[in-house]
Design a protein around this ligand. Sequence first.
Ligand code: ZN
Length: 75
Amino acid sequence: MANRFWCGECNYKTPWLDRSEGLRRQIEHYAHKHPGTSPAGQIETRRRGPGTRHGRLLLVAGALILLTVVAAWRH
Ligand SMILES: [Zn+2]
């Protein structure tokens, strides 16, 4: 999972990063741009492409096996 941290004070957002790295960038941004303000804003999350695709393929394979088993059982 990749996370993007949005600044609560301005339009800044971090690139897609690991949660810990994104959090570090967000804190650094606050330290530079909004000193004295505690970090706030939003965290945007997305699943990583290859992992998702792999999961979907497994799901399709599982569905095909299930269909085959159901078809065999009907005969
Ligand atoms: Zn900011």
